[in-house]
Design a binder for this molecule. Structure first.
Ligand code: PHE
Length: 383
């Protein structure tokens, strides 16, 4: 379905169903969430969903917001392209969602955001870092940093901490996230005197990367920057060993999943990636979140997406509380003014671009575990 037909359908349905006055039958405030609960990036969606769900349960246990409970409606896009606009439309038209939470992957947030913008329904992405996401319009927010910062963090880490000068870059051309992060990394790496000795592409979901890896090996790099998602990244790192490419790999938040080491095994040892959060670098509120999450999800330690999902729900509820209504434009106004809001990932401030200004952490894979290496504050360019 093309976008204008889709939007027309939403509008017609709203008129018919009277969803100008949204709300659940029981007086609940309906919040929609779209996530990759199954498929190639299932851990992204499952984690963000669990974090979001925990926040909603806690808010409801304390009486909800504006004296009403929150009803979370969740739709699975199966990690596929071309699903998110449809499920977001459904949640707005069929369920009367007053706000939308999601997605983790930038390409899928970019599919859902135009629907929210056209319907004046605020959307908060927990973890999409591509700058284009919030540029869709003034109803689109995120509670995480963006990739010009993340790219700089890893470029500076490469030149200053690892003293690298020659790096190859391997990009997933199917992913807005990967293309953006590769570009921002390259810019910063060049600015700090580094040289990109090879630039290769792949398509997320491919199984054989040996041709690219052989070319990369021939360019004699000191490291490879690979802004991929965890499944592709793990397979690529395994095949790198098979072609005898024995240099460190560096990546971004898309690596973060327990599946990375399950699939990649020893081939992941020693590699580095940047991300948003680690339970180890926590604030008091962060520590309470870790404890509550473990209790709720049979001892499981929360990852970045879980913590950001939790914070996205809290930030939304704070804006609704301050607005005193669930009306989209009023909630949007309050979201734009969120300052120093304390959540699981530390303090969130929404800046003038509707992005969050926040620190990044660098992790290293050691003994099959993610070890905390460093925190990089947003003001300081250098790690
Ligand atoms: N930042 C990634 C994107 O924009 C998604 C992601 C966030 C993945 C956090 C893992 C952890 O696509």
């Amino acid at each position: 379905m093309n976008r204008s037909i889709l939007l027309g359908t939403v509008a017609a349905f709203c008129l018919f169903a009277g969803c100008q006055k949204p709300g659940g039958a029981d007086g609940a405030i309906v919040v929609g969430e779209f996530a990759s609960l199954t498929g190639k990036e299932a851990t992204f969606g499952m984690s963000s969903h669990e974090g979001t769900q925990l926040a909603v349960e806690q808010i409801n246990a304390e009486g909800g917001v504006l004296g009403r409970p929150i009803k979370l409606v969740t739709e699975d896009n199966q990690s596929k392209a071309g699903e998110s606009a449809t499920v977001v439309s459904k949640m707005i038209s069929r369920d009367g969602a007053v706000a939308i939470l999601g997605e983790v992957a930038s390409s899928r947030s970019l599919e859902g955001a135009p629907i929210c913008q056209e319907n004046r329904v605020p959307m908060i992405s927990p973890a999409s870092t591509n700058p284009k996401v919030t540029r869709i319009g003034n109803y689109i927010f995120r509670v995480c940093f963006i990739d010009p910062f993340q790219g700089t963090v890893m470029a500076n880490f490469a030149t200053q901490k690892l003293k690298l000068r020659r790096v190859a870059v391997l990009t997933d051309v199917k992913s807005d996230y990967s293309k953006g992060l590769a570009k921002f990394f390259e810019q910063s790496f060049a600015e700090s005197g580094g040289e990109v000795c090879a630039r290769l592409d792949f398509n997320g979901g491919d199984k054989d990367f040996k041709a690219q890896l052989t070319t990369i090996k021939g360019s004699n790099p000191e490291a490879v920057f690979l802004p991929g998602y965890y499944t592709d990244t793990a397979l690529i790192c395994r095949q790198a060993k098979e072609v005898g490419l024995e240099v460190p790999f560096l990546g971004g938040d898309g690596w973060e999943s327990e599946e990375l080491v399950k699939i990649g095994k020893e081939a992941m040892e020693g590699h580095y990636f940047s991300t948003h959060y680690t339970p180890e670098a926590g604030s008091p509120k962060g520590a309470k979140f870790v404890e509550d999450y473990k209790k709720r999800y049979s001892g499981k330690t929360p990852d970045t997406m879980a913590a950001l999902g939790f914070d996205s729900a809290l930030v939304l509820v704070e804006a609704i509380r301050q607005a005193g209504t669930t009306e989209g434009s009023a909630v949007r106004e309050k979201l734009a003014q969120i300052k120093d809001f304390e959540g699981a990932t530390g303090r969130t401030t929404i800046n003038g671009d509707r992005d969050a200004t926040k620190s990044a952490v660098v992790m290293q894979i050691k003994g099959g575990k993610f070890q905390y290496v460093d925190t990089v504050k947003p003001q300081s360019k250098a790690p």
